[in-house]
Design a protein around this ligand. Structure first.
Ligand SMILES: Nc1ncnc2c1ncn2[C@@H]1O[C@H](COP(=O)(O)OP(=O)(O)OP(=O)(O)O)[C@@H](O)[C@H]1O
Ligand SMILES: [Zn+2]
Length: 293
């Protein structure tokens, strides 16, 4: 079967076709511009693709409450043109198929639980640490929705004693995203993260912040696996440093094998690699199709 998938990011859109096993059959990508233009490209791409469902995993914040009059809207984003934009309705007008709709990170968590590093688990957290920080929560076999959706990038972390950087979050300054996302690394050290050497002190400081956010999440959600993706996590030397910080923050309090002796398998990169987002959207589309049968 052919499932359409849209991974809508703040900088680029990825559209693709996948099958019911999460295999990506085709993909294209274009920059995120004004919604009329970008969604026009999305519609043109899917026009002749004969998909049976479409899954959308998108940047947010978004309205995911099916009973809300603005369900399927992007809500308060500063992204020019996208604030209060009826993203989902624009697509529904063109394609008479079931639609799945969730945040990019909830979708990625779902995709990883369906086909990736958390395959078979009913509980996983997915972090993307890139231009921003997003957290997807999949718990008890469902993507977590509440008042809105989880916004775990904006939790507060204690400051590193040697860190003078003020943070860039327009809402909170030095929240976790403000102090640990890619732009924070670049502004603090005056060089792009990708150009810092593997043993630069930046990575210990980065792990210090990520380790706190993860320890908090472990205490609050008790996930069975934590997956860390996004541009910054291409720095694989971060993984052992983060595990060390998590161990030290929890300090023996959480008595589970995964924490006590299994952190190497507990805090891991995406099993689906750079397809985590797109596969998540395929999984959303497949779920919508199944619910509609
Ligand atoms: N190899 C790398 N090492 C360190 N930082 C990197 C690396 N590659 C990209 N980054 C940083 O990650 C950020 C881009 O993140 P990503 O590639 O996940 O894109 P994005 O989709 O725009 O981010 P987001 O998921 O927040 O929308 C930039 O700040 C960039 O400097
Ligand atoms: Zn913030």
């Amino acid at each position: 079967m052919r499932i359409g998938a849209i991974e809508a990011g703040g900088t680029k859109f990825v559209c693709g076709i996948g099958d019911e096993n999460g295999i990506v059959l085709d993909r294209v990508s274009f920059p995120t511009e004004q919604p009329e233009k970008t969604l026009g490209q999305v519609i043109a791409y899917f026009k002749d693709k004969q998909v049976e469902a479409i899954g959308v995993g998108t940047f947010g914040p978004i309205d995911i409450d099916p009973n809300s009059p603005t369900y399927g809207y992007v809500t308060t984003t500063p992204k020019p043109g996208w604030s209060n934009y009826p993203f989902l309705d624009t697509l529904k007008r063109e394609f008479d198929v079931p639609f799945g709709w969730d945040t990019d990170v909830n979708a990625a968590a779902f995709g990883e639980a369906t086909w990736g590093a958390a395959k078979g688990l009913d509980s996983v957290l997915y972090y993307t640490i890139g231009t921003g920080v997003g957290v997807g929560v999949y718990a008890e076999g469902k993507m977590v929705h509440g008042l809105v959706h989880p916004e775990g990038g904006h939790v507060l972390t204690r400051r590193h004693p040697d860190d003078a950087y003020e943070g860039f979050c327009p809402y909170h300054g030095d929240c976790f995203e403000g102090i640990a996302a890619g732009p924070a690394i670049e502004r603090r050290w005056k060089v792009k993260g990708s150009e810092l050497s593997e043993d630069h002190p930046a990575w210990r400081m980065e792990a210090f912040y990520i380790g706190q956010a993860l320890a908090n999440a472990i205490l609050m959600i008790s996930p069975k696996k934590i997956i860390l993706g996004g541009g910054v996590m291409h720095q694989l030397q971060l993984f052992p440093l983060i595990r060390e910080e998590v161990r030290s923050n929890l300090n023996g309090y959480v008595n589970a094998q995964a924490i006590v002796s299994g952190l190497d398998d507990y805090i891991v990169p995406p099993g689906l690699g750079d397809n985590a987002g797109l596969c998540g959207s395929i999984a959303l589309g497949l779920q919508a199709w199944n619910q509609n049968r």
